[in-house]
Write a protein that binds this ligand. Structure first.
Ligand code: PMV
Length: 350
């Protein structure tokens, strides 16, 4: 398999923080083999390895300004009228991560932060992965620091959103489970240019989900199917790596559909149970099976939410998108695909 350039060293996504201020756009990622359950949830040390694809068009934008004279972090997000103070629960998670980054950098003062997504937040589209990846990169850049991709991935993991460690990299990415010291950061499996896969996202619910993935990780081991899924994972990870290396969508698709259904089976049978699926989720899964029956290579996966990601080759993207748009349950279809990872934001949010 081709090796991506820039696995080590200063990543191009780290802009120079002119005047102590920097903006980064970071995409979400869709997991093929999911992170579900942690050995240490606070530090996001996962129970199992995971593999994902970083997206291209969807992104979270984060502008961070460091002010040595500021006493408390100021966190804003994008509301109906523009930037507004973020709700306390969100602001507290962001502030806790800013404290970590401030300690890492060994500086004083505090940060002003503005954040915005160009896709529905908290609906199983990994907005926490893209949001914390963007926040981490923009903060490091605002401080004028340099760091390797590995260090940035590890810093993003420490936000508590483990999947943020994968959004720091583009293309196809693996995140190990960190038995060995220094093995807690994600690493590239193949660059975006290796295989132009498309992800057609059927949004059946755009509001926030009822149970956060953090609660999901906490309950993951409580049900009877946790162990059964864990036993499947080594073979699944190997099959996904081989399918990516060989650009074999049918092989990849079979494994990722099975893995997504297992993840939701574990969630639905945890104690107390978590139901992320909505009736629209099942309608999309049925449409994807019907497409395959007609010879279209379309395969689904879902993260911790009701929305369905449909993976396909570029030639099939129009027919897949058109079919999903026809469904009453689908509010919006987002056409995305594999992308190169975070980049410097074009404009500051403030
Ligand atoms: O990184 P978190 O804590 O937001 O959890 C991610 C959970 C899944 O999206 C369901 C799986 C994954 O690996 O992205």
């Amino acid at each position: 398999m081709e090796q991506p350039a820039g696995g080590r060293g200063r990543p191009p996504c780290l802009p120079s923080g002119i005047g102590g201020k920097a903006t980064v756009d970071a995409p979400p990622n869709i997991a093929f083999v999911k992170y579900w359950g942690a050995r240490d949830l606070e530090r996001a040390i996962p129970a199992n390895r995971s593999i994902s694809m970083t997206l291209r068009r969807s992104f979270s934008r984060s502008t961070v300004e460091h002010d040595p004279a500021l006493e408390r972090h100021e966190v804003h997000w994008w509301g109906a009228e523009g930037l507004e103070p973020a709700p306390p629960s969100f602001g507290a998670r962001v502030a806790a991560h800013l404290d970590r980054l401030r300690a890492w950098a060994g500086v004083g003062g505090a940060f002003r932060v503005g954040t915005r997504n160009n896709f529905p937040a908290a609906a199983g589209l990994a907005s926490s992965a893209s949001g914390f990846a963007a926040l981490t990169l923009a903060t490091v850049a605002a401080l004028g620091r340099e760091a390797s991709v590995e260090e940035l991935s590890d810093l993003a993991r420490r936000s508590g959103s483990g999947s943020a460690s994968r959004s720091v990299l583009g293309g196809y990415v693996e995140w190990p489970r960190g038995w060995r010291r220094g093995e807690l950061h994600a690493f590239p499996l193949a660059p975006a240019g290796h295989w132009d896969l498309r992800d057609v996202i059927a949004v059946v619910e755009s509001g926030p989900k009822e149970t956060s993935s953090l609660d999901g990780h906490t309950r993951a081991r409580s049900g009877p199917y946790w162990r059964a899924r864990q036993r499947e994972l080594p073979a699944r990870l190997a099959a996904v790596r081989a399918a990516i290396a060989g650009r074999d969508l049918a092989a990849l698709g079979e494994v990722i559909e099975e893995e997504a259904i297992d993840l939701h089976a574990v969630a639905m049978t945890s104690r107390p149970p978590i139901f992320y699926w909505k009736p629209g989720t099942l309608a999309v899964l049925a449409a994807v099976r019907a497409l395959r029956g007609e010879g279209v290579g379309a395969w689904s996966t879902m993260d911790a939410g009701a929305n369905v990601h449909v993976l396909c080759e570029p030639t099939d993207e129009p027919v897949v998108a058109a079919r999903l748009e026809e469904l009453d349950a689908v509010h919006e279809v987002i056409r995305d695909g594999v992308g190169e990872g975070p980049r410097a934001g074009e404009v500051h949010l403030f």
